[in-house]
Design a protein around this ligand. Sequence first.
Ligand SMILES: Cc1ncc(COP(=O)(O)O)c(C=O)c1O
Length: 393
Amino acid sequence: MQKHWKTRLIHSDARIPEGFRSLNSPVYRASTTVFPDVAAVTDEWDVYEVGYTYGLYGTPTVLELAARICELEDGYRTLITPGGQSAISLINLAFLKAGDHVLVPESVYGPNRSFANRVLRKFGVEVAYYKPLIGLDVEAHIRPNTKLIWCESPGSITMEVQEVPAITAAAHAHNVLVVLDNTWSAGVLFDALAHGVNITMQALTKYVGGHSDLLLGSVTVKDPKLWEQLGATQQVVGTAASPDDCSLALRGLKTMAVRLRAIEESAKKIALWLCERPEIERVLHPALESCPGHQFWARDFSGSSGVFSIVFRPEFSKPQVQAFVNTLELFKIGYSWGGVTSLAVAYDFADWTSRPAYGHRIVRLNIGLEETSDLVADLENALSTMVQAGRAR
Ligand SMILES: Cc1ncc(COP(=O)(O)O)c(C=O)c1O
């Protein structure tokens, strides 16, 4: 067919050499995916069953990331979402309905709690919280309408390591599903599905992305029935992940083992150094005995990552703790973690009855890839500024 140049802009006959082979996965961006004929047209979502039908259900770049996470977590299928929080909300929407009851640990990531309080309750789901270290005793909280138990291990900021195998045993005895936020272990330092978890999710934003420049999440399941429920929900919720971000995450995966190893080593050295400091009451690092649930970390995990918290001694005021964080130079102040830059964020649990009584004295650290001795020097300088700030008052 003869084509006007304007048509050629869209339908070109230009050809390039074939046979290109690179070590990197191409970025396939698409909303439309083309069908060969009318009979093939379908809006089914399960790409593994019907092939590619629409960009929302994943392009090959998105599916490659999904397949790689699934392989690492030894699941049946993985779904990629536009962020860790959208993975959390998708799981809730897929597995809960009005009249159901969900159990959430008090140590859960803040926006997970907010979704339960603000959205699930609005749609008639009963939400109850449980103490993260409860283990088998979670059984006493299970009701006839309990459908889902959330776990997050270690918990956000207060770092309680949960006895996940005991929780899954109790849950399964009552036909209740267990979902774990496995972000801290990057999906590799704790084998969630082998420990009885039914649904495991991660914010790939953290260690998989690894460079603080993308937002992505994953949900992995072992049971094909759960996959059906999850995929059908994603289709109507419409949480499509960006292939460009997935390509960055695929790149992040290649270096994740060496980053994690370096971060683990540095974080442990820094945590041990902080244990010896007179200003610090407690170091909440899962690999140390001072962390609640350390014994479960020692039994169930194959390593530790780089996020942990410190609790200052009671004599330190809130302005002093703030002075500590403000004085840090290498540690930047900012949310999220798992990147190469060290971070520090001060929290205040003074108004919380359901969290340990650390009040304003808790600071969460994310250890990055800077030289450990420089990070220690930065912390040492900030600690002495904090002490001086107290004297000056
Ligand atoms: C434990 C945990 N889960 C989930 C998320 C949410 O991930 P995202 O920031 O990708 O939405 C975060 C983010 O800080 C987190 O710390």
